[in-house]
Design a protein around this ligand. Structure first.
Ligand SMILES: [Zn+2]
Length: 494
């Protein structure tokens, strides 16, 4: 190449022009040495060789030609200096766009379909290069000779080599089957699924969300791996948990609602007692000694489920903590092992640890929810008992009052007391019969003015002295009157 010739002529500039002019007598240098770089003589040309070859015996006539030739030679030297000042093209650096350097020098990583371009920088700049100055191996032609497009349509190693003259560089671009980390994290979906009946034991109902209890296990989760530069980052996209609920009659009779065959006049008092809830704010339900409501117990358990899984203070919060922890995790990309070279591999490697963390955060939610759980759930279910009782208590007549007692009051009165047996009495009806000389057989019952449901006492007046009176009491209800109570008598004073 021409540029190589230039370096072989170190002495050309030493040609002593005035001295050569004085000694030369004819044109010694052929035209072929003068005009082009490629025509520079193969052998070193020195002032001495010129003088020795050309000036011996030269006459005056030759001096002009010698001078002309030496002037041309001097011009040629100047041209050579210009050419020599322009360096040979060589590679000074290589840059890779849309890929991230990692590990060893010249190693890069990028994601599928990323527009990766390798750019060569030359010591002579990128403009006006002769064709073939920059030689590429691997990839596809870029927009310019100094650019190379990397094929990123499939995962794997893309080896690119760029050669400029005697300089070259290799770059390894690892294309990874992953998406770049999105700017906004996708919100994970939270799902809870009933997978079967728990065994309530001595409870009317039992909701199980606790890991390791009755076959309930920790949350399942989906994770997506993203490539953030040369690091794996992760996002939890879905979390699922499977829980169990069971209810138990505990040998009690279910009261389904109005019309239930178990709702009889003889039973209504106990039904009302059994299903009457305690005061609001109490972490307990009704006594349920003989009767229960399966529907309400299931609603109670559902309240536990809702409280745990949907109240922002419990499961959603803990699962958010879990998501945040995973989102903060990072694993350096390294092509050397499956657990660092692919998203699936790194997730598989991390999953056991993450499962432990998911279980931990789930347990945090469980522990946080338990203290207020019963108060909350009974706060939901207890009002339902009141609604149930209101819907059934007036469908049957009240039970007959019990415990009737009659005491004379002086010569003209008597006081009655009795016991109210149910909550569905609207009042009481009292009847009286007077025992005459022939006893009560020839008298008839007299209905007194109705009395209210409370107080459970009545004082009769206007009675005859020294007379025996017999009383009976019936409870009044929406559905009708109860049977009369046991009769009780008293005799007024003389
Ligand atoms: Zn409960």
């Amino acid at each position: 190449m021409a540029t190589e010739h230039e370096t072989r002529q170190p002495d050309l500039h030493l040609v002593p022009k005035p001295a050569a002019l004085a000694a030369a007598d004819r044109a010694p240098v052929s035209d072929q040495t003068a005009p082009g770089i490629d025509n520079v003589p193969q052998h070193p040309v020195t002032a001495e060789s010129l003088l020795a070859a050309r000036l011996s015996g030269a006459g005056e006539a030759s001096r002009a030609r010698i001078a002309f030739q030496l002037q041309r030679l001097a011009g040629n030297e100047a041209l050579q200096r210009v050419v020599a000042a322009k360096p040979k093209p060589k590679l000074t650096s290589v840059k890779v766009a849309n890929a991230k350097a990692f590990g060893a020098p010249d190693n890069y990583v990028t994601t599928l379909n990323a527009p990766v371009v390798v750019s060569a920088t030359l010591n002579v700049g990128g403009a006006g290069l002769g064709a073939g100055t920059v030689v590429w191996t691997g990839g596809n032609p870029g927009g310019k000779q100094t650019d190379r497009q990397v094929v990123t349509t499939a995962a794997g190693l893309q080896a690119i080599k760029v050669t400029v003259g005697t300089t070259s560089k290799n770059v390894n671009i690892y294309v990874v089957d992953a998406a770049p980390l999105p700017a906004v994290s996708p919100a994970a979906t939270l799902t809870h699924t009933l997978i079967g009946a728990s065994a309530p034991g001595t409870n009317f109902g039992l909701t199980v969300v606790t890991i390791g209890t009755q076959g309930v296990v920790g949350p399942e989760f989906d994770v997506t791996a993203y490539l953030d530069g040369n690091n794996w980052k992760f996002r939890v996209t879905a979390i699922r948990h499977k829980y169990k609920v069971g209810v138990s009659a505990q040998g009690r009779t279910n009261i389904a609602g109005p019309g239930d065959p178990a709702i009889k006049p003889s039973a209504i008092a106990l039904i009302i007692t059994d299903l009457t809830p305690p005061a609001p704010g109490t972490p307990h339900g009704p006594p349920r000694t003989t009767f229960w409501s399966e529907t309400i117990t299931r609603a109670h358990e559902q309240a536990h489920v809702d409280h745990f899984y949907t109240d922002p203070a419990f499961w959603p919060k803990s699962m958010k903590d879990f998501q945040d922890e995973i989102a903060a995790a990072s694993v350096a990309f390294d092509p050397g092992a499956p657990k660092t070279s692919t998203g699936a591999g790194v997730i598989a490697d991390k999953r056991p640890t993450w499962q432990g963390r998911a279980d931990f955060f789930h347990g945090q939610a469980d522990a946080a929810e338990i203290p207020g759980s019963e108060t909350y759930a009974h706060g939901v279910s207890n009002p339902q008992y009141t609604v149930l009782l209101n819907s059934i208590k007036d469908t049957v007549v009240p039970p007959a009052p019990t415990g009737l007692a009659v005491a004379p009051v002086g010569r003209n009165g008597a006081t009655l007391t009795w016991t109210r047996d149910a909550a569905n009495e609207t009042g009481f009806e009292i009847q009286r019969i007077e025992s005459g000389f022939f006893g009560p057989l020839f008298s008839s019952w007299v209905t007194l003015a109705p009395v209210a449901a409370a107080p459970l006492t009545f004082t009769d007046s206007g009675l005859k002295p020294a007379t025996k009176y017999t009383y009976r009491v019936a409870a009044k209800g929406v559905a009708g009157n109860s049977a009369f109570s046991t009769e009780r008598s008293a005799t007024t004073a003389k």
